[in-house]
Design a protein around this ligand. Structure first.
Ligand code: PBG
Length: 345
């Protein structure tokens, strides 16, 4: 008898038996489109999405962003139009980021709380044209700072406590302009509390705080910084944004943001930190948001331009994966495309 040869012939069917039961066939549940539709565990909808938009001064101005095909800095009139498309497709909100000229930036980012600043004017125009559409504003100094940092730089260091009142003033001025939620993305300690107190004492108890709770020091923000010309002029953001290697620290940030009064907590970037999205989902009753960031969007677009990936299906799969990981809200530059595809589906 040769090695491996058995004395009794075993029929192929018996070999397919599993633990003595009949052969288990998971493929049966995948066999027909209607069945797959019925059994789908996660469903993506335009209701899950927030569209980030960049605003610039001027009128009828559109400056394409090379590394983010399909996106441009828009003057307020065109921004209002674009936001109208989002609203018509059932997207509940937009997130706004201002692109200021260099001569409007200074060390303390003082343009950030001007009542007639670019962002404030954009918020007013959006709320007038599309009152139902949520306007979410970013709270951080970087688009306004001549140093390109989220906090104030004093003697070469980011001064946390000097930054807090500036963030609070920025949030109040955004609320005055009509923002529905302010979204601090600066990662200073204590900012959620400082902003909550300032909003409440200014009479904006109904304005929410969508905290960028777990924000990593990520190279995937590259295209965004190109869009706003907001890259740090010196150093990096590692003394305030989190180390990509850390995850226990995310729970610590979560605990603090909950205690300080955040209305939702965000993980950013989203795709490459889907494990962290799941972790937060399992540890909080607050809504969890995930940001499919500029670099994650640019990768899809670049590969698609080369004919290496199918943009539309990879976009939907990426957003679905964030939802499956536990995100209730997904910020994505692909939100308009996704909403259109979901309507056709
Ligand atoms: C600024 C801010 C950044 C993003 C959102 N808010 C960039 C940064 O922290 O440098 C990144 C968004 C993206 O890459 O899509 N505080």
């Amino acid at each position: 008898m040769r090695l491996g040869e058995s004395t009794t012939a075993v029929p192929a069917r018996v070999q397919l038996r599993y633990s003595g039961a009949v052969l288990v066939r998971p493929r049966r549940n995948r066999s027909r489109p209607a069945l797959r539709r019925l059994l789908r565990e996660t469903r993506l909808s335009p209701n899950d999405l927030v569209l980030p938009l960049f605003v610039q001064p001027g009128e009828e101005q559109r400056t394409p962003i090379d590394s983010m095909p399909g996106h441009a800095r828009l003057s307020i009139d065109l921004l209002v139009e674009k936001a109208g498309e989002a609203a018509a497709l059932g997207i509940p909100g937009v997130a706004l980021f201002p692109a200021l000229a260099d001569d409007e930036k200074d060390a303390r980012g003082s343009a950030s709380s001007k009542p007639d600043g670019l962002l404030q004017r954009a918020v007013r125009a959006l709320k007038t044209a599309h009152p139902e559409l949520l306007v979410i504003t970013d709270v951080a100094l970087d688009p306004y700072s001549s140093d390109g940092h989220d906090g104030v730089l004093i003697d070469g260091r980011i001064d946390n406590d000097e930054t807090l009142p500036l963030l609070a003033a920025m949030a109040v001025s955004q609320a005055e302009a009509g923002a529905d939620l302010v979204a601090p993305s600066d990662m200073m300690d204590g900012r959620v509390l400082a902003i909550r107190e300032a909003l409440d004492s200014a009479g904006f108890g109904e304005v929410g705080i969508g905290s960028y709770c777990v924000k990593y020091a990520s190279a995937f923000y590259g295209p965004f910084r190109e869009a706003l010309d907001s890259a740090p002029r010196g150093g990096d953001k590692k003394t305030y944004q989190m180390d990509p290697a850390n995850v226990r620290e995310a729970l610590r940030e979560l605990e603090l943001d909950e205690a300080e009064g955040a209305d939702w907590v965000m993980v950013k970037p989203g795709l490459v930190y889907a494990d962290v999205v799941r972790l937060l989902r399992d540890h909080t009753a607050l809504p969890v948001a995930a940001y499919h960031v500029s670099g994650e969007y640019a990768m899809l677009r670049a590969a698609a331009e080369k004919g290496w990936l199918d943009y539309e299906s990879c976009l939907l799969e990426s957003l679905l994966s964030l939802k499956r990981a536990g995100a209730d809200v997904i910020f994505s530059y692909g939100a308009l495309d996704a909403a259109r595809l979901l309507q056709d589906a």
